[in-house]
Design a protein around this ligand. Sequence first.
Ligand SMILES: Cc1cc2nc3c(=O)[nH]c(=O)nc-3n(C[C@H](O)[C@H](O)[C@H](O)COP(=O)(O)OP(=O)(O)OC[C@H]3O[C@@H](n4cnc5c(N)ncnc54)[C@H](O)[C@@H]3O)c2cc1C
Length: 511
Amino acid sequence: MSNGLTNDHYDYAIIGMGIGGLTLGALLAQAGKKVIIFERHEVPGGYGHTFRQGRFSFCAELHYVWDCGPGERVYQMLKQLGLEEEVTFHRLDPKGFDRIVAPGIDYTIGSGFERECRRLSGAFPAQAKALDRYYQTIAKIHRQLYLLPIGFTWRTILAHPGRYSHIIRYLKWTLEDLFNKLEFSPELRLILAGQSAIFWAPPRDLSLVVQAGGVGSYDQGAYYPAQSFMHVMKSLRRKIKQSPGCRTMLSTEIVQIEVANGMARSVTTAKGEQFTADRFLFDGDARLSLDLIGAEHFPTAFRRKLEYEYGPSVLSVYLGLENIDLRQYGFGEANLYWHPKVDLNEVYDDQLADRIPDRPYFFCNAPTLRSHDAVLAPPGCEQLVLVAPCRYDFFRKLRDRSEDDYQAAKMQYTKNLIGVLEQEYIPGLSDHIVEQVVGSPLTNEHFVKAPKGNCYSTPLDPKHVNLRRLNYQSPFPNFYYVGASSCLPGFATIIHFACMLYENLTGDHIS
Ligand SMILES: Cc1cc2nc3c(=O)[nH]c(=O)nc-3n(C[C@H](O)[C@H](O)[C@H](O)COP(=O)(O)OP(=O)(O)OC[C@H]3O[C@@H](n4cnc5c(N)ncnc54)[C@H](O)[C@@H]3O)c2cc1C
């Protein structure tokens, strides 16, 4: 090595071991390509990484996922890698996997739009016809989304107006536009938008197309990995690591990507090592590529594309519990979406204001009731994870002012969240807590380099989810984006995108 330049040349250099980077890395390595993959954190997985606290292991930000059944995208990707028997998924109870609670409402969503339509029509008979239209619209958009090829444009869509009729029609709609058209009651709106934590957006803002993609996919199966998300990420990384000529580097931040004559040439690590490759894939937030490459190398129009806003962040509370059986308190495999009010737009206004709500809106589940892998908790112990949307700026300002104020705010928020659980579901919960970890928006920023602690990259509104959205292409023909900011967020969505990009790059086909 001289001047930091290593002698190793790779077919592909991948920056980031989120699910996008790992999927592509594993597929390319399996196809015989020489791959090097870098991750600045000490563990792989990005938002899907697992961290250890005492006798417990918590997955940071993956709770339940879709498309994992035989023949579906995640399964097919694993099969391509020969991992389908090693990495398996447990389907959450199809009769009910998302419990939506608000004053006067306690409804558990299960699989099957027809079944859901029947159940809700029974409870809201005056809106039966409108419910039928709602589910038909959502199902049709969902089906059409899966037909979209990678790198689609208006031209692709307009060339097949029949195939994409509902996407064309509803691309600019919010979920609330559809609710208003169908004149749904406030209670029905809350139930139908009650899975909003998949998007962290209220009906007023949420793209109807995104709602259809998310709830339509969970409708066909909500899954949890049989041996935790750590096993998924480690298996993908191992596939790369064990392939001839490939290398995986943890605790290695890429600080510069060199371009010359319009092509990416090499990457430089924080330690000054430089690696060259034919092609480069970036799994971090796409906007970060401006700094890594140098904004001056990007055409103005593309720079504008990267100047998107960021969506909300979250406060996440991870609890290790002892001497408690959560089933006795009504917990099972289902997620609990708890709302202090019926109006979800107002819930988000309160939650994203510059203060700590007394009774915060949150999403909660018990991973130990989904997977009995000993890595999650020791025998006889349970895990509970609570997540609440919140403002990055609120915590940033506190921390800039004083570390004590920042820590106190985190603790107060946590106390309020646990307070709701104790009042509503688990009296005496605090007495069973043996481990407690609290992640704020600044924690997301620190560990997975998510700017402003954003959960899902951009807000998932029609302003950001449209045909001008970033895709895999960059201005440099051998530099590609993969991950939430270039496609859409979510484990299965990103795997689907990574598989299409793999096919596009190699000409191979994942059957
Ligand atoms: C609160 C919350 C809950 C969620 N729940 C779910 C859920 O239940 N189901 C679901 O499907 N999805 C969920 N998601 C979304 C899902 O976690 C993400 O969309 C997905 O994991 C993002 O994957 P990614 O490939 O975009 O990479 P990321 O997970 O964003 O990882 C990118 C990686 O790149 C690394 N990196 C960045 N820059 C560099 C650099 N310069 N050098 C080296 N490494 C770098 C980062 O450290 C990071 O590890 C949730 C997200 C959040 C925040």
